[in-house]
Design a protein around this ligand. Structure first.
Ligand SMILES: Nc1nc2c(ncn2[C@@H]2O[C@H](COP(=O)(O)OP(=O)(O)O)[C@@H](O)[C@H]2O)c(=O)[nH]1
Ligand SMILES: [Mg+2]
Length: 322
């Protein structure tokens, strides 16, 4: 059998051929029903099952309110990682494409980069209209690109509860706040916001108010008993400062986490959601309801890719597949 388009792109990503990435993203973003088999093939070829290990790339989520300094910070992170000769893919989730998010219109990715650099990919993706969650192509892209790149950085706009959506894709979640932004402090104190893995206070070149924000956030975390979350102050305005401290904090979180377990949990919840999308309530009831479906999922091979899990669930539900 000849190798199809999705399988070929997936194989090339698995071989860390970065030139395959733009077309792979086009495929993952395609909503044409004729592309769905290729999408599955691509994800299968970059899955831990196919690679024999979790994809080697590390997925870092950068989230926070509009204007907090995320894109500027990502420019500085990219510069640092490229100086270390790490390959980097950045996915900037564009909130202006979200139906309900008209107010955020214009917050397009403003990330500085060298267009001639082949080890760097910057791509903006639509937010989609899934309430409180990332669009499927974003989740697929993070999974597939982590097979090829050393780092995948995902930028999302989030305030309060929606900040947790980034935890659907990221191995480490960095929440970005600018000085004197009492909102995030309140969200953390009141438990509205999940405690992030790393808190980043931007614009530390503004001086005292940045130091104060850092102290307040540290105090709030301590009072909540969050021992591990580091608070890092950065200035992305040249000359950038704090970027290596931030990357060290990400690395520390990576070292104390079970990355493989976190990723397979995320694939399972994505699979459950896709199964429910595709087969509806009646599909779920064939499995005995959502809870039972979740139990079926936990008995699956954790190295399966998401579409592979959906097929397996359908098979167990007795649904005839084409
Ligand atoms: N003084 C200062 N301004 C910054 C810094 N980082 C970003 N900014 C400014 O803050 C504004 C918002 O930055 P941007 O990166 O687009 O924020 P995003 O919406 O979170 O992606 C821009 O005007 C930036 O120039 C910083 O470290 N220091
Ligand atoms: Mg931005």
């Amino acid at each position: 059998m000849t190798e199809g388009r999705g399988a070929a792109l997936g194989r090339r990503l698995a071989e860390r051929d970065l030139a395959a990435a733009p077309e792979a993203l086009n495929l993952l973003e395609s909503s044409a029903s004729g592309d769905s088999a290729d999408r599955s093939d691509l994800l299968r070829a970059t899955s831990p099952g196919a690679l024999g290990q979790e994809p080697p790339g590390y997925v870092v989520g950068i989230t926070g309110p509009p204007g907090a300094g995320k894109s500027t910070l990502i420019s500085a992170i990219v510069k640092e990682l490229r100086a270390e000769d790490k390959s980097v893919a950045v996915i900037a989730v564009d909130p202006s494409s979200k139906r309900s998010g008209g107010a955020l219109l214009g917050d397009r990715a403003r990330i500085d980069f060298d267009p001639a650099d082949r080890d760097l990919l910057i791509r903006s993706m639509a937010a989609g209209d899934r309430l409180g969650g990332l669009a499927r192509p974003t989740r697929d892209a993070a999974a597939a690109l982590s097979a090829a790149y050393d780092f995948v950085v995902v930028e999302t706009v989030g305030v309060g509860q929606s900040e947790t959506e980034i935890s659907e894709v990221a191995d480490t979640v960095c929440v970005v706040v600018q000085p004197a932004s009492g909102d995030t402090l309140q969200f953390i104190k009141s438990g509205i916001m999940e405690i992030p893995d790393v808190l980043v206070v931007t614009k530390s070149d503004l001086g005292q108010i940045a130091q104060r924000a850092r102290r307040d956030l540290n105090a709030a975390l301590r009072s909540l008993g969050a021992k591990h979350t580091s608070v890092v102050a950065v200035s992305a305005a040249p000359p950038a400062t704090g970027i290596t401290e931030l990357l060290d904090a990400v690395e520390e979180h990576r070292e104390r986490s079970d990355i493989a377990a976190g990723r397979s949990e995320r694939r399972k919840s994505q699979a459950l959601e896709e199964f429910a999308d595709e087969y509806g309530r009646s599909g779920l009831s064939l499995l005995g309801g959502r809870r039972e479906a979740g139990k079926e999922l936990s008995s699956l091979d954790p190295s399966l890719d998401v579409p592979g899990m959906v097929v397996e669930l359908a098979r167990r539900a007795g649904i005839a597949l084409p």
